[in-house]
Design a protein around this ligand. Sequence first.
Ligand SMILES: CCCCCCC/C=C/C(=O)SCCNC(=O)CCNC(=O)[C@H](O)C(C)(C)COP(=O)(O)OP(=O)(O)OC[C@H]1O[C@@H](n2cnc3c(N)ncnc32)[C@H](O)[C@@H]1OP(=O)(O)O
Ligand SMILES: NC(=O)C1=CN([C@@H]2O[C@H](COP(=O)(O)OP(=O)(O)OC[C@H]3O[C@@H](n4cnc5c(N)ncnc54)[C@H](OP(=O)(O)O)[C@@H]3O)[C@@H](O)[C@H]2O)C=CC1
Length: 278
Amino acid sequence: MFETGLLRGKRILVTGGGSGLGAAMGRRFLALGAELVICGRKRDRLEATASEMRQETSGKVTTIACDIRDGAAVDSMMDGLWREAPLDILVNNAAATFIAQSEHLSFRAADAILAPTLHGAMYCTLAAGRRWIEGNHNGVVLSILSTSTITGRAFTVPSAMAKSAVLAMTKSLAVEWGPKGIRTVAIAPGPFPTAGASGQLRLEGRDDTLMRNPLGRTGEHSELADLASFLVSDRAGYINGEMVVIDGGAHLRSSGAEDLLQWTETQWADQRAARSKG
Ligand SMILES: CCCCCCC/C=C/C(=O)SCCNC(=O)CCNC(=O)[C@H](O)C(C)(C)COP(=O)(O)OP(=O)(O)OC[C@H]1O[C@@H](n2cnc3c(N)ncnc32)[C@H](O)[C@@H]1OP(=O)(O)O
Ligand SMILES: NC(=O)C1=CN([C@@H]2O[C@H](COP(=O)(O)OP(=O)(O)OC[C@H]3O[C@@H](n4cnc5c(N)ncnc54)[C@H](OP(=O)(O)O)[C@@H]3O)[C@@H](O)[C@H]2O)C=CC1
């Protein structure tokens, strides 16, 4: 689909790149000639993914164990990266969510979603942006958001709040940092099967989420990876502050949570008892 070497010479950090959509984007970036860095909390999973990637391509893949909820850890990751060479592209992909009745959310539970999804994305963006500006280096920030930024979404309120805040960051920095050579863009995916999403959102046990998709299917990882590759590339050099939706048109029919309005209190009690550790 793309010219060979579309991302040659680009050094890209994908947060949460050890699994799911982050790994899918990373694989495509490597295939297009980029140098890839992936971070996450689970060192073993990062290493396993990186070694698969190295076998698939001849590209350079580096892993860094970093909890992006910790600003000092993010700074130390960026310092380490910059000691070798500046990044060119940051992909804010790491996030957390689960379904819950909002009245049952403890403050700690709300923070467990806000901390990686909002604060983590903000820390990474500020840490990269500051270094790009100091070094007079161009950069691109791509944030993976959600159609909840458009529709809101019942039962995943902290996630909808965090994603909406990162959209506000994307639009605001497009204006503030555009003149400094930094583009900020975003993608709002609809349902894409990943272990994280299925586990946290109980996708397999839900009746009508997929049926409501106008295209009658979930997204392919390669479709999201293609869109991400275009948006971070120089070919998208005039796109700034924009969020592109990739959901088969689903959000035009439903936020994706309406079936949960029919759940009984027993179902919610079962859900609370069967928490998934993502
Ligand atoms: C369907 C329509 C379209 C799809 C739209 C999809 C939009 C977005 C999708 C995604 O983001 S998919 C990505 C999903 N991936 C992940 O979530 C991976 C990361 N996950 C995690 O880190 C954990 O699973 C976590 C639970 C989210 C956070 O773990 P952490 O170690 O930080 O938290 P804990 O210490 O375990 O718990 C803190 C706090 O939260 C309460 N809690 C945990 N799980 C639940 C739950 N399922 N329901 C209610 N509350 C929960 C837990 O009890 C703690 O609170 P206190 O008990 O201490 O008050
Ligand atoms: N799949 C879907 O249907 C949709 C996904 N999205 C978004 O796409 C992105 C990827 O989701 P998906 O691939 O499905 O889910 P995954 O659960 O596979 O991905 C989440 C990633 O984030 C990392 N992560 C979580 N918390 C932290 C943290 N504190 N510090 C560093 N890394 C962290 C995890 O790694 P580790 O556990 O090692 O820390 C994991 O690799 C997310 O932003 C999600 O909100 C949006 C809409 C729909």
